[in-house]
Ligand binder design. Structure first.
Ligand SMILES: C[S@@+](CC[C@H](N)C(=O)[O-])C[C@H]1O[C@@H](n2cnc3c(N)ncnc32)[C@H](O)[C@@H]1O
Length: 170
């Protein structure tokens, strides 16, 4: 992982900056989509940390989580109707074929410590996210993404020293 934090910083400080940034971005997103209908898509359930934040911040939203495997703590595992397991590149197109309502928020927390693999995955996932979006959808991503329909937004002032990306669709 890279970041705005000095590359020599220790892993504890880097993790702290990452989590501060995630929380600031997700808090911003919760406010930004308040009047926009549609579910939240959590790409990368992982340990369930950001999923847990989102469900508490937005208790009335439907949240659908995606991951290739379950390694969340038990209290952060969505029920079967809200957890879609498999590779994003297969599950997102299959999910789109079900014609779900367009998402209000997509949080793509998909990165690893392999930059080249992450770049390829982010490039492949961005158009899939776009097909699940509407005008005004907020996309929060831990890796840079590009889409002609997306406008890049600045990080909130209270974000940590960590690279994270906010886009508005349309
Ligand atoms: C950075 S972690 C997510 C952390 C999580 N948001 C949290 O707060 O605990 C990235 C997750 O993406 C998943 N992942 C990575 N590549 C994937 C792919 N191609 N398809 C499905 N899941 C993938 C990994 O299994 C991992 O759980």
């Amino acid at each position: 992982m890279s970041g705005r934090l000095a590359s020599g910083a220790n892993r504890l400080d880097r993790m702290i900056e990452r989590l501060l940034t995630q929380r600031a971005c997700l808090r911003f997103a919760a406010g930004a989509i308040r009047t926009l209908p549609g579910p939240v898509l959590e790409l990368g359930l992982g340990k369930g940390r950001t999923y847990d934040y989102l469900r508490r911040e937005m208790p009335d939203r439907e949240i659908i989580a995606f991951d290739k495997e379950v390694h969340a703590t038990p209290d952060c595992i969505p029920d079967a109707a809200h957890l879609i397991l498999g590779d994003f590149l297969e599950t997102l197109p299959a999910f789109a074929k079900r014609h779900p309502p367009p998402a209000a928020l997509v949080h793509a927390d998909i990165g690893s410590e392999k930059p080249e693999r992450d770049r390829r995955l982010a490039a492949a996932v961005a158009p899939l996210i776009n097909t699940l979006s509407q005008n005004g959808t907020i996309v929060i991503a831990d890796r840079a993404m590009r889409n002609a329909h997306w406008q890049s937004l600045p990080l909130p002032d209270d974000a940590g020293q960590w690279d994270y990306f906010i886009y508005r669709v349309g």
